[in-house]
Design a binder for this molecule. Structure first.
Ligand SMILES: Cc1cc2nc3c(=O)[nH]c(=O)nc-3n(C[C@H](O)[C@H](O)[C@H](O)COP(=O)(O)O)c2cc1C
Length: 367
């Protein structure tokens, strides 16, 4: 039976932000800002293709939040100062002009920084060398360095900086909302993860304590932006440097993570897994999206992970997700929604797009 794709084209909303449909572009770092972290015209043209291609929402690539240790990659865009925020205006305008909404993802690298113009070295919850190797397509080489353990004051600064970056995103750049990057192995996920957070102060210990910084960041961003603006949090089990990680506390972790973020005032939860529909902890259990739906009542759920197969997307959108976010599917088909509607063939994802570097290729920004 053909999937009923009309489900994906229903109007929806996140808080009071109306979306023309339920299809979003997932955040994807493409290292095409200036060396000072200012978004470029190329980026505006690249992002506008998704809007013209029919996506109801674009979540932009992770922007770093301060001029200390948050920058993750060279040529990554930032929201650490007003010049960077003003550079985002052209991106926001280009996406809005096609009737699409746009949310800024804000990110701190923690131990996974491999290109920071501001500081040498890395900081993290604990001095634990990250697993895996730096990413070559973001100009990295070899092992990650051992980070320095953050002081209490540095943790307070980071919480503050997430708030200021969120304010710049909305007030200076014109974004419709903000997504806090709590996933994929970066700083906030390092706090959540048992083996990267060995702290014995109030920021370490059981899963509730390890969520403390993410909860404080969410509260700060919510308090800074007020109630009307969508504030999302992205959560994953896997990491860029540890694909198959699972929360050792399993469902109990999901309960604490999603529950505490609802209490902190988030508007949506963005869950990402390699295959979004699979049971989160194996066996015949629920997917992470299904757990989010049940454990975070009253907030929208965005699901991501290999959902470029329309039947899978429709399935999840009919059950546990309000919005379906596409990463690779959108890269190879910036007009994925229009193609789906017109019953046109989709281009398969071509990993060459991201080699030798993950920067934007000419065909992605030439109209
Ligand atoms: C080139 C590239 C860059 C990415 N950068 C980010 C990022 O900045 N922030 C983030 O949360 N996820 C990032 N991701 C992960 C994607 O948002 C998404 O979770 C992943 O591609 C899986 O979704 P898919 O199966 O639809 O591709 C990136 C993925 C790719 C391929």
């Amino acid at each position: 039976m053909e999937p009923d794709i009309s489900t994906l084209f229903q109007q929806t909303s996140i808080s009071s932000l109306p979306l023309a449909n339920r299809l979003a572009v997932a955040p994807m770092t493409r290292v095409t800002a200036t060396s000072n972290g200012v978004p470029t015209e190329k980026m505006a043209r690249y992002y506008s293709r998704f809007a013209r291609g029919g996506f109801g929402l674009v979540i932009t690539e992770g922007s770093f939040i301060d001029d200390a240790w948050s920058q993750t990659y060279a040529y990554q865009p930032g929201l650490a100062n007003s010049g960077q925020a003003e550079g985002w205006q052209q991106v926001v305008a280009a996406v809005h002009s096609a009737g699409t909404k746009v949310i800024a993802q804000i990110q701190h690298a923690g131990a996974l920084s491999q290109g920071n113009a501001y500081r040498n070295g890395t900081i993290a919850p604990s001095a634990v060398r990250p697993k895996g190797e730096q990413m070559k397509f973001y100009r990295g080489e070899g092992q990650y360095p051992v980070p320095r353990e953050m002081s209490d004051e540095e943790i307070a600064d980071v919480i503050e900086s997430f708030g200021s970056a969120a304010l710049r995103a909305v007030n200076n750049a014109g974004f419709d909302g903000v997504e806090i990057h709590g996933a994929n192995g970066y700083l906030l996920d390092q706090f959540i993860t048992d083996y990267t957070n060995l702290r014995t102060d109030r920021w370490g210990g059981d899963i509730a304590a390890r969520m403390g910084v993410v909860v404080e960041v969410t509260k700060r961003v919510r308090a800074t932006l007020g109630d009307g603006v969508p504030v999302g949090v992205r959560i994953s089990q896997g990491k860029v440097n540890d694909f198959f990680h699972k929360w050792p506390e399993r469902e109990q972790a999901a309960e604490v993570i999603f529950g505490s973020l609802v209490d902190a005032g988030m508007s949506y939860i963005h869950v990402t897994e390699y295959e979004a529909w699979k049971p989160a902890f194996g066996g015949a259990g629920m997917s992470l999206a299904a757990l989010a739906r049940r454990l975070a009542p009253g907030v929208s759920v965005i699901a991501n992970g290999s959902l470029h197969d329309a039947a899978r997307a429709v399935d999840l959108a009919s059950t546990d997700a309000d919005v379906i976010a596409l990463g690779r599917g959108a890269l190879s088909n910036p007009d994925w929604p229009q193609k789906l509607r017109g019953n046109h063939a989709m281009e398969p994802f071509a990993p060459e797009m991201l080699t030798p570097l993950a920067d934007l290729k000419q065909y992605e920004f030439v109209a």
